[in-house]
Design a protein around this ligand. Structure first.
Ligand SMILES: [Fe+2]
Length: 130
């Protein structure tokens, strides 16, 4: 069973010591807090606040996934060099249609050297009128 690095489970001391390491791998979900049922909206997933991740032939972000609770909604796959072999904030925009009920979105990313990383949850309220 691989270890999954979760934003909510990393100890405070670990965050202090490994701030750059943790930051460059951690995916973040950006989308509206409230969306209209049946309408398409954008969900951006971006890795890192401060520190960019390497884009080297043996060390890069290979997968970014968007989840709604236990359901995989979408994923993007990368090959090395997509970001010009220079460190970057890997990111992807997905467009999804708001379902009948509210969502609890999260993102997963895979580093070819440092494993699986899970974002914090992003609750999204679905209403009939925004
Ligand atoms: Fe890495």
């Amino acid at each position: 069973m691989p270890r999954v690095f979760k934003a909510t489970e990393i100890e405070k001391e670990e965050k202090e010591v490994k701030r750059d390491y943790l930051d460059r791998h951690m995916p973040h979900v950006f989308c509206p807090d409230t969306v209209k049922r049946g309408e398409k909206f954008e969900v951006k997933i971006k890795l890192g606040d401060e520190y960019p991740h390497p884009d080297e032939h043996d060390h890069f972000i290979s997968v970014i996934q968007l989840w709604n609770r236990e359901t995989l909604l979408a994923e993007a796959r990368y090959t090395a060099g997509v970001y010009g072999n220079v460190p970057s904030h890997f990111e992807v925009d997905f467009y999804i249609v708001a379902p009948e009920v509210s969502m609890n979105l999260s993102a997963m990313s895979v580093c070819t050297k440092h494993g699986l990383w899970q974002s914090e949850d992003k609750p999204v309220k679905v209403v009939s009128q925004v």
